[in-house]
Design a protein around this ligand. Structure first.
Ligand code: HEC
Length: 149
């Protein structure tokens, strides 16, 4: 009986673990209210480099003035995000990319940027020191790995 109870208990725990995991991969780097709390840094435009999506670029308060003013490098804590869609009016966002200036030493070789690609629900698809993001953004020039000016 005790074994049976232990079994039931452990399967419940396992199930609980599974339920907990689903939906917990929401990005902590992009708040759900970003449209209200971030500034639009660039209005809707086609981006050939990002799979020919249309994108609006947003910057958080920390990044905003330096990013728009072209003062590089951007400060620690800066977040810049693209809201992307295949629609030329940029409505109906299908996903995001973002770059977050992480703690000093996070990735010293590439200016400590932390990269993420998210789906429409802000679930993380790619995360961290993502080499393909770094490689292409490094080729944009001396703008602290940013490309949209
Ligand atoms: C093939 C080149 C290329 C790749 C790969 C790429 N990007 Fe970009 N990205 C650009 C360019 C160019 C822009 C500027 C928008 C435009 O005009 O296309 C941009 C813009 C951005 C911006 C807006 C901020 C800025 O000024 O750069 C973010 C955030 C971003 N990309 C994140 C990412 C992430 C995250 C990845 C990887 C998952 C990634 N990018 C992969 C070329 C690239």
């Amino acid at each position: 009986m005790a074994t049976r109870r232990a079994l039931v208990l452990s399967s419940l725990l396992l199930l609980g673990g599974c339920f907990q995991q689903s939906g917990t991969n929401i990005s902590k780097l992009l708040p759900s209210d970003y449209q209200a709390s971030y500034q639009v840094a660039r209005i809707c435009r086609l981006s050939v480099a990002h799979n020919s999506n249309y994108m609006v670029v947003y910057a958080n308060t920390l990044a905003e003035s330096d990013y728009l003013g072209g003062n590089y490098p951007l400060p620690q804590g800066s977040t810049i995000v693209t809201a992307e869609t295949d629609r030329p009016d940029c409505m109906g966002v299908t996903g995001y990319t973002l770059m977050f200036k992480d703690v000093l030493g996070y990735n010293a070789a590439a200016a400590d940027w932390h990269w993420q690609k998210l789906d429409a629900q802000r679930e993380v698809l790619q995360d961290g020191r993502v080499q393909e993001c770094i490689d292409c953004h490094a080729s944009c020039g001396p703008y602290d790995y940013t490309c949209a000016h």
